[in-house]
Design a protein. Structure first.
Length: 95
């Protein structure tokens, strides 16, 4: 068992998807925090820096593509993976 356990932050406005992700990442040995909007994301980042962020492309209160740009400026060492259940090819390419 490694000494370091990665922490994953999931940001998605669908609480059911956040719960599914949480179930799996905990099963795989990671710690997890799931939030449902950008305000909660910024508050969580003030408390703890995750190993990685899973970020919804289209949050209800914010545009994930804009947020990923802000995240890369404020937290350049944290990788961000964009996730979505609905999108177009153009949106995927922009991400």
């Amino acid at each position: 068992m490694p000494d370091f356990v990665g922490h994953i932050l999931t940001v998605d406005d669908d609480p059911h998807l956040v719960a599914i992700i949480e179930h799996h990442v905990i099963e795989w040995g990671y710690t997890h925090c799931g939030v449902n909007n950008s305000e909660q994301m910024w508050k969580e980042l003030e408390k703890r820096h995750p190993s990685i962020i899973l970020l919804d492309i289209s949050l209800g209160d914010a545009d994930g593509i804009t947020l990923v740009s802000q995240l890369s400026h404020r937290y350049p060492s944290i990788p961000v993976i964009m996730i979505t259940v609905n999108t177009t090819i153009e949106t995927a390419v922009r991400s």
